[in-house]
Design a binder for this molecule. Structure first.
Ligand SMILES: [Zn+2]
Length: 216
């Protein structure tokens, strides 16, 4: 048996996984229904199945859906970016980059507006097509080229930010495996409303369970 690290006794301690499986049960209830069988209408009841959980089982359960874990990983990436930006002020990106990009977008805009030249006798269809093509080609070319005009400090800053975010995402994905493995070994003391991991010497109030499971 395992003793609670706070009260030191074993009598109120249970394995969390068995509390949750014991506190989760299938329910069967009857619902009013109507339908048709062989052309005859009937009114009656049907049996419905559902899943219910005790409040404690709900509180001690770990998220099961992909969506919930994806949200946790995303949150981690966001936090990593905030920390990175606080520690590393944005270096100058150089004025050439935004200028080249702006000129590129102006050419694209020109290309888009040129579709209306079709009705202009001075241009006609071939003139219109030529102007559109030149506008688009030059425009997208410049927009694509623009990032090479960033200063190297800024490029390094951007690269490091991307690496930081990728690492945070990776950690976020590993988080699920670590938290789930810990949850499988987790105990709960009813007396203290405490969850704890005897082998790792970790304990926390049940409201803080997820934070504890996700600790590095
Ligand atoms: Zn206790």
């Amino acid at each position: 048996m395992v003793a609670c690290p706070r009260c030191g006794s074993q009598d109120a301690v249970l394995k969390v996984s068995s509390i949750v499986s014991g506190g989760t049960y299938e329910t069967t209830f009857e619902m009013p229904a109507q339908g048709q069988i062989g052309g005859h209408k009937f009114y009656g009841t049907v049996q419905q199945k559902g899943v219910a959980q005790t409040a404690l089982a709900q509180k001690l359960n770990i998220p099961r859906s992909e969506k919930a874990w994806k949200a946790l990983a995303d949150e981690r990436v966001k936090q990593a970016e905030v920390t990175y930006r606080r520690k590393n002020p944005v270096p100058k990106m150089g004025c050439l980059y935004p200028v080249v990009r702006l000129v590129g977008w102006l050419f694209i805009l020109l290309g888009m507006l040129s579709w209306t030249l079709e009705n202009d006798p001075k241009f006609g269809v071939p003139g219109m097509l030529a102007t559109v093509a030149v506008g688009y080609l030059l425009g997208f070319g410049l927009v694509k080229l623009a990032p090479t005009f960033k200063l190297s400090d800024y490029k390094a800053w951007e690269r490091d930010l991307a690496v930081t975010k990728a690492q945070a995402l990776q950690e976020g994905i590993q988080l699920r495996a670590r938290a789930s493995a810990r949850w499988d070994r987790l105990y709960y003391c009813h007396r203290d409303d405490l969850v704890f991991l005897p082998t790792e010497g970790l304990s926390a109030p049940s409201s803080d369970m997820m934070r504890m499971l996700m600790l590095a």
